[in-house]
Design a protein around this ligand. Structure first.
Ligand code: FAD
Length: 288
């Protein structure tokens, strides 16, 4: 099995403790030579400033390829592009361009009166800037707002036509879910890279809640497996085995890139990467 290329998602810290945790995470995962690392943009447009600061600091301190997430929520077109320009000025030339969700309890996404109406409009504007590698979200299982089963594939095609370079999927628990989606995208004429998003399961109740909100199918065996592992104090072992098996199957099916949702917790992601043959490119003592 050829070792895959990997990338890691972080979220911006909201406290001093969170800053140390992010730094520990970066320090633990950077030696694995990620193709890029990405920093999320708070749901409902929150953490905008923190995201800006985190991507700038990460880029300057580590030299890693940093991709900044950017959403259309609660901002005018001029404000959104100004943030993109700030990223570019800080040397950050990779953006994960998203529509985003409305703040909790405010109903569905409503564009700002002077803002981008959807992700394609944002992607087109960023592509016109010419400065960025643009990645976008993709949904192997129907997005809660998808009109029908084919809507996500058709919309992803539109996003690539608008100027996206690559897509990163929502997480999923079965390799077949991704592989079927990849087939449907290929049949629709999509030939750009689609990176599977992998969620190492740090905490099953939280992951389960998140999966339910995203519309990800939860196999019954996962509930049973985590119940038993919890009883035996072996949840980390189980989580590592499950993600390693999922990734191995994807690699066997020709997947070359894996994107890990680290939740700023490096241990599981690192162990899974090691099991897949992604090992430190430099000796740990050489990492400052
Ligand atoms: P889109 O792909 O534009 O829309 C989702 C689906 O809705 C489409 O597939 C399509 O079925 C339908 N749809 C939407 N608009 C139209 C339209 N005009 N016409 C027809 N169909 C339409 N959220 C954050 O707040 N911050 C983040 O940092 C963040 N990072 C993410 C990273 C990844 C890799 C992913 C997959 C998601 C991330 N999200 C983040 C969540 C994301 O904001 C939500 O899933 C949001 O509901 C959709 O954003 P999107 O750009 O993927 O939407």
């Amino acid at each position: 099995m050829t070792a895959p290329r990997v990338s890691f998602e972080f979220f911006p810290p909201k406290s001093l403790e969170g800053s140390f945790r992010l730094w520990d995470t970066v320090h633990a995962l950077a030696p694995l030579g990620p193709r890029f690392v990405s920093v999320t943009y708070g749901a409902g447009g929150t953490t905008r400033k923190l995201t800006r600061e985190a991507v700038g600091t990460l880029y300057q301190a580590t030299g890693l390829n940093v991709a900044a997430h950017l959403t259309c929520v609660d901002a005018t077109r001029a404000e959104t592009l100004a943030i993109a320009d700030e990223f570019a000025a800080a040397g950050v030339r990779e953006i994960v361009a998203l529509r985003g969700d409305a703040p909790k309890g405010t109903g569905g996404f409503k564009p700002h009166p002077d803002g981008y109406s959807d992700s394609c409009a944002l992607i087109e504007a960023l592509a016109a800037r010419g400065d960025f590698t643009i990645r976008v979200g993709a949904y192997p299982e129907p997005h809660p707002e998808a009109a029908d089963n084919d809507a996500d594939v058709a919309w992803l095609k539109r996003k690539f036509e608008a100027g996206a370079d690559e897509a990163i999927t929502q997480f999923f628990f079965s390799a077949d879910t991704f592989l079927r989606f990849r087939d449907r995208c290929a049949a629709a004429g999509i030939d750009k890279p689609i990176l599977p998003g992998i969620l190492p399961i740090e905490n099953w109740p939280n992951a389960r809640r998140f999966a339910t909100a995203c519309g990800a199918t939860i196999p019954t065996w996962l509930d049973n497996a985590f119940e038993t592992a919890e009883r035996d104090g072996r949840t980390e072992l189980l989580a590592t085995a499950i993600a390693t098996e999922l990734c191995s199957r994807l690699i066997d099916e020709g997947v070359e890139d894996l994107h890990f949702y680290t939740l700023n917790r490096p241990e599981l992601t690192r162990d899974i990467c090691h099991a897949l043959g992604v090992t430190p490119k430099v000796a740990l003592r050489d990492v400052a």
